[in-house]
Design a protein around this ligand. Structure first.
Ligand SMILES: [Zn+2]
Length: 131
């Protein structure tokens, strides 16, 4: 997301989150939007069928380096999202970002700054930051 996009979303969230002004409402709406994202992925598999999930235990050899792990770890996904499922998921992800912007607003946090700091942290610590 561009810096302008983050600032604009925070501004829009501030403008439109009138009814859900309580941090409790915004927190629960954010959590609800996360469930909707998961549900949209499930529906892409079980209703549309454009996506399949074929999961089993990850099999990672003992003697490989951390940077080689990505060569062995599976996504468990087969297929690609169809245009309809892309649209549904983009809407659900957008809603989640909207409520995340609302949480940032209520707590006086800046999404641009958070994203920049996270990028710097990841670039500095690399894969070790995710362990
Ligand atoms: Zn689909």
């Amino acid at each position: 997301m561009s810096n302008k996009g983050c600032q604009q979303l925070q501004s829009t969230a501030s403008e439109y989150l009138v009814r859900h002004r309580s941090i409790l409402d915004v927190m629960s709406k954010f959590q609800d939007s996360s469930a909707h994202i998961n549900r949209s992925i499930v529906k892409a598999v079980t209703t549309c069928g454009c996506l399949e999930i074929d999961a089993s235990k990850q099999s990672i050899p003992d003697n490989i380096t951390l940077s080689e792990i990505s060569n062995y770890v599976q996504t468990h996904l087969k297929g690609t999202l169809c245009p309809n499922c892309v649209e549904v998921l983009e809407n659900e992800l957008g809603a989640a970002l909207f409520y995340l912007a609302g949480i940032c607003n209520l707590l006086g946090l800046n999404m641009d700054s958070i994203i920049s700091k996270e990028n710097e942290r990841l670039e500095t610590l690399g894969v070790y930051s995710l362990m």
